[in-house]
Design a protein around this ligand. Structure first.
Ligand SMILES: Cc1cc2nc3c(=O)[nH]c(=O)nc-3n(C[C@H](O)[C@H](O)[C@H](O)COP(=O)(O)OP(=O)(O)OC[C@H]3O[C@@H](n4cnc5c(N)ncnc54)[C@H](O)[C@@H]3O)c2cc1C
Length: 492
């Protein structure tokens, strides 16, 4: 039997992908070669924008209950404060970073997926596939070693940095491995000066970063070598303590390690996230420095971008193009930006040499002293400023004075059911319930929600996508641009 979508990999991205497709009513299988979920904390932060998207999935409360809220990040160099970035003023119902180990994120996503009637098939590996005219034929290796042939309309490789799907597509994973060695420790700490904030400490010998996970458990990371092969083994607790004593403010005591590891930073990305009926998402498509904690969030947002497009095509609501091709253009641009920003943040943190460090330590407080810079940094970190300004889906000529413009995140109004929640992907019209609005809804009943939402201000009308980004922002009464957008994507 042909299924709609085969998702390969049940990390956070594959689980999000499968859950979103299942929510929209597609038949989905998720295969995972590992026998069990990870028990590692890996990605710790779920940012505001991801929480807003999880809200559409119907699962935010479970995350809020399991996570630890952090509302600020502090950068220091010795005793000098370089920057203090607060998150509690960002315009989101979730004005904080939710700290939660990746193992917990995966548990919550897995439970959510099961509530939608889909279970991860563990110890099942995708061996190979062939993309045809209207289907992909995939070969799986089952737990008993036997092979199974599956026919699927779409194949989505969420199979991580060493992606089988990417390898088989022959796609390059262009980029570099940074010349640095890093240690990671999940430990209990006492004596942290600001226990509920992220601390980035710039020191002459490198950077030390401390992230709260709970009231007593923390993630500590530090660069400890130049990547020339000298650092091979996981650190001991004593080594972690020694780095903290040298680079930290003093008085922080580490105990009860949960995970001690050495890691290296890769910065790589594919050019295209799509080839025919096959898509890549998450680490399979992009990997970067953990600075800024954007990796997993970016991957989960890849999934949210792709899911409604695939669902609308598969359900016969929209034509395949240009919707499906827009996935790679939109998310590729985001991946590129994340790669650059995370790389920059890492390079600034590990800058070496007295002269360069002294310039950095003098300039950075001046830059971060400016309120607009701090605001922009908070919006970038929380991923609220992510958008698709160059999306190929945009219609020419539409614009709305005072925004939000096409490609921007539609403001999320607290207490309102988010646009895109529910089991059928639909666009929403944000406009006064005028004759023009109701006429447009009547012309596209399959694509538009039945009732308009309140406009963002009186000067405009907005067509908002199921993932909460503006498809069209136009002057009030300008239905022609909204219609042009819908006409282009509607199934003929
Ligand atoms: C030490 C460390 C610290 C990190 N810290 C952060 C952080 O603070 N913030 C952040 O955002 N990110 C962080 N990351 C990155 C984050 O963990 C990844 O971005 C995230 O796991 C990517 O999710 P994914 O689902 O794309 O891939 P993965 O989590 O790698 O999942 C891919 C899955 O696919 C499975 N698979 C692979 N091939 C096949 C196959 N052929 N058939 C079936 N299954 C297959 C694998 O077994 C795996 O379970 C960190 C990573 C590491 C290692």
């Amino acid at each position: 039997m042909k299924i709609d979508a085969l998702v390969v990999g049940a990390g956070p991205v594959g689980l999000t992908m499968a859950a979103e497709l299942a929510r929209y009513g597609l038949s989905v299988r998720v295969v995972e070669k590992a026998a069990q979920r990870t028990d590692k904390s890996k990605a710790l932060v779920v940012w505001s924008r991801t929480l807003e998207l999880i809200d559409r999935m119907g699962n935010t409360q479970a995350f809020l209950d399991a996570g630890f809220k952090v509302t600020g990040a502090n950068i220091e160099a010795g005793a000098k404060q370089i920057a203090h970035i607060t998150l509690d003023e960002v315009a989101s119902p979730y004005p904080f970073a939710l700290m939660i180990p990746q193992s917990e994120t995966e548990r919550l996503l897995d439970e959510h997926l099961q509530s939608l009637g889909v279970s991860v098939e563990r110890s099942v590996e995708l061996l190979r596939f062939e993309d045809g005219v209207d289907r992909v034929v995939s070969t799986l290796c089952l737990p008993n070693g036997r092979e199974e042939i599956v026919e699927n309309s779409w194949l989505i490789g969420c199979d991580g940095a060493h992606s089988t799907v990417r390898h088989q597509l022959g796609m390059g994973f262009e980029g570099d491995t940074l010349a640095s060695d890093w240690i990671l420790a999940d430990v209990h700490l006492k004596g942290v000066p600001r226990p509920s904030e992220i601390a980035i400490l710039w020191h002459a010998e490198g950077v030390l970063a401390i992230f709260p996970i709970t009231a007593t458990r923390y993630r500590v990371i530090a660069n400890v070598g130049d990547g020339s092969g000298g650092v091979k083994n996981d650190p001991t607790l004593a080594e972690v303590q020694a780095v903290m004593d040298r680079r930290g403010p003093g008085g922080i005591i580490a105990s009860d390690p949960i995970w001690l590891a050495v890691f290296h930073i890769n910065e790589r990305k594919v050019k295209d996230y799509r080839a025919g009926h096959v898509f890549l998402a998450g680490d399979a498509a992009h990997i970067h420095s953990p600075a800024g904690g954007q990796g997993m969030n970016t991957g989960m947002q890849d999934a949210c971008n792709l899911a409604w497009k695939l669902a609308m095509v598969q359900r016969g609501m929209c034509t395949a193009e240009p919707l499906l091709d827009s996935y790679s253009a939109e998310r590729g641009a985001v991946g590129e930006a994340v790669l650059k920003d995370a790389g920059r943040l890492t390079s600034v943190g590990i800058l070496s040499g007295d002269f360069k460090q002294s310039i950095r330590n003098r300039l950075a407080p001046l830059i971060f002293g400016l309120a607009p810079v701090r605001k922009a940094a908070a919006e970038k970190l929380t991923e609220l400023s992510i958008g698709y300004p160059k999306s190929p889906l945009h219609v020419e000529g539409a614009s709305v004075h005072g925004g939000p413009e096409a490609g921007e995140r539609a403001p999320v109004r607290a207490g309102e059911k988010p646009i895109g929640a529910g089991r059928t992907p639909r666009f929403a019209l944000c406009a006064e319930a005028s004759e023009g609005a109701m006429r447009l809804i009547a012309r596209y009943p399959g694509l538009l929600e039945a009732k308009p939402h309140t406009p963002y201000h009186s000067g405009g009308v907005w067509l908002v996508r199921p993932d909460g980004y503006v498809a069209v922002g136009a002057r009030a009464g300008d239905w022609a641009h909204c219609e042009a957008f819908l006409q282009r994507i509607a199934a003929k």
